[in-house]
Design a binder for this molecule. Structure first.
Ligand code: ZN
Ligand code: ZN
Length: 146
């Protein structure tokens, strides 16, 4: 049984997920786009008892009659999609400490995929300089987590 950790950008919310996800997908539906402010949102679905919140659970926003979306009230990081009829909790893939720990196996909501998204992968690439240095060095608000 695998065990993975993750959390929000500011560190106020940390979690551990145990076991294998029932599914892992990239969702391009408009609800996920709005919740993340991004063209897609990756999720991995777990049963609720396999998700442990260490300090506090995320704040919940009822985004529809069947779903809550969890996020950090301090920094806003999207953390969960919680489907109310089954009680499952889907963790956002990029909130995992290792963002490559779970590999998505399907797309959802592709009818809302931005027309430019696939072609965007071939755009010129500039490194984000996440470790500082360069012309515009900066520091994280909180220490980076490995
Ligand atoms: Zn936070
Ligand atoms: Zn979605």
């Amino acid at each position: 049984m695998s065990e993975l950790t993750g959390g929000c950008q500011c560190g106020a919310i940390r979690y551990t997920v145990k076991g294998e996800p029932a599914m892992a997908s990239l969702c391009e539906c408009r609800m996920c786009q709005r919740s993340a402010g991004a063209p897609l949102l990756g999720h991995a679905q777990f049963s609720a008892q396999n998700v442990v919140w260490h300090k506090q659970p995320p704040k919940l926003f009822r985004s529809s009659s069947v779903a809550d979306r969890g996020f950090c009230p301090d920094c806003g990081t999207p953390l969960t999609y919680q489907y109310l009829p089954t009680g499952t909790i889907s963790i956002t893939l990029s909130s995992l400490d290792d963002p490559e720990a779970i590999i998505p196996t399907s797309h959802l909501g592709a009818e809302s995929r931005p027309s430019w998204l696939v072609a965007a992968m071939a755009l010129p690439n500039e490194p984000a300089e996440l470790d500082g240095g360069g012309v515009q060095s900066f520091q994280f608000a909180v220490p980076k987590r490995s």
